[in-house]
Design a protein around this ligand. Structure first.
Ligand SMILES: NC(=O)C1=CN([C@@H]2O[C@H](COP(=O)(O)OP(=O)(O)OC[C@H]3O[C@@H](n4cnc5c(N)ncnc54)[C@H](OP(=O)(O)O)[C@@H]3O)[C@@H](O)[C@H]2O)C=CC1
Ligand SMILES: CC(C)(CO)C(=O)C(=O)O
Length: 315
């Protein structure tokens, strides 16, 4: 099977190198600067390991298809350009597996490629690209969960499962991938809302008087939306959110908040903006998520103003 991994960033770099090491036929679609950086291999390091993995890269102008499987591992704001770039890689039998956080991308992909060709998926890992281009895995766990949007156990799902089974992460086929994606989206939206609004790590929010009550209110708000949309978090998903977001001393911040702090592009519209839009559709008030979203929008406007004529270069 020929697999194209779109993006050799944090998640693409981590999962893609695990697949390459397992002998899979993997090509990374990258921008020219990243191709240059990866000439001598992609360094991935984390708890107890440090490896430089030889990788095959392609840039959009040299992409030859079709591929059997395309893993989309880009941030939401890059999705449109990534979809243009992968056009030569997609044939009538290509399977597209997006692994972004959130849900809104599925609709766009379904419109473009048809629902049968597009699987749902999530990854759980905590990785970041370092200034030298290496991918750093910050926590030991890593998993990839996927499945057909309509829950049918098709031949396509079985083939993709065989291709993606590799050492270095736990692979599972979800019985209901839409529910898994929703639970993760609710979780990420809660984490983003808490850390962006409070401008700090969970440990500090919990330690502040009133902080725990605020956290519980955010979890409640996000879970009520998921339930109203037909995806009430399971007891286990609720317990995982409580554990993560009420841990004393925790240094956890969402990647959304870290992107905001670093002045980078962020997934606020894709995660919180779309969440508020769903809440509106199901007739629910989400004042805390809405406040976090408004704050992100103000931040973005200020950032554009500060950049002035350089705004086109904002990354
Ligand atoms: N990081 C993590 O631990 C986790 C992230 N996620 C989710 O996974 C998704 C991806 O995040 P993450 O891996 O962190 O993002 P990164 O920003 O680390 O990586 C994305 C990569 O995609 C590249 N890219 C974007 N568009 C193209 C294109 N058209 N052609 C080639 N390369 C392209 C970017 O390159 P360039 O810089 O050149 O634009 C960048 O290297 C997000 O939705 C995120 O929320 C989910 C779980 C954990
Ligand atoms: C919480 C985490 C690291 C989990 O995978 C994540 O996806 C994020 O912060 O965006």
């Amino acid at each position: 099977m020929r697999t194209l991994i779109v993006g050799a960033g944090a998640t693409g770099g981590y999962f893609g190198t695990r697949l390459a090491q397992a002998g899979r036929d993997v090509t990374f679609l990258v921008h020219p600067h990243r191709a240059e950086q990866l000439r001598a291999g992609l360094r991935v390091h984390g708890p107890g390991y440090d490896e430089t993995v030889p990788v095959r890269t392609a840039t959009a102008d040299r992409l030859e298809g079709p591929y059997d499987l395309v893993l989309l591992m880009v941030k939401a704001w890059s999705l449109d350009s990534a979809l243009e770039d992968i056009a030569p890689a997609v044939g009538p039998d290509t399977t597209i597996l997006p692994l972004l956080n959130g849900m809104a991308h599925l609709e766009r992909l379904n419109r473009r490629f048809g629902e049968d060709a597009v699987l749902g998926g999530i990854v759980r890992v905590v990785c970041a690209v370092q200034p030298d281009g290496a991918v750093l895995q910050m926590k030991p766990h890593a998993s990839l969960t996927f499945g057909a949007q309509d829950r049918r156990p098709t031949e396509r799902v079985a083939r993709v499962g065989q291709e993606l089974a590799a050492p270095g992460f736990r692979l599972s086929v979800a019985d209901n991938i839409m529910a898994s994606m929703w639970h993760k989206w609710a979780f990420i939206t809660a984490g983003g809302t808490i850390t962006c609004l409070m401008r700090g790590a969970i440990g500090h929010v919990i330690a502040a008087p009133g902080g725990k009550e605020f956290i519980l209110d955010v979890i409640d708000e996000t879970e009520r939306v998921a339930a109203a949309a037909g995806y009430a978090p399971s007891a286990a998903a609720h317990a995982a959110s409580l554990e993560m977001f009420t841990e004393e001393g925790s240094v956890f911040t969402s990647s959304l908040y870290r992107d905001v702090l670093a002045g980078r592009h962020h997934e606020g519209e894709h995660l919180l903006g779309e969440y508020v839009a769903v809440a509106e559709r199901v007739g629910m008030e989400v004042p805390l998520t809405r406040l976090a979203l408004a704050q992100l929008r103000v931040h973005d406007l200020a950032r554009l103003d500060q950049a002035g004529p350089d705004r086109a270069r904002l990354g």
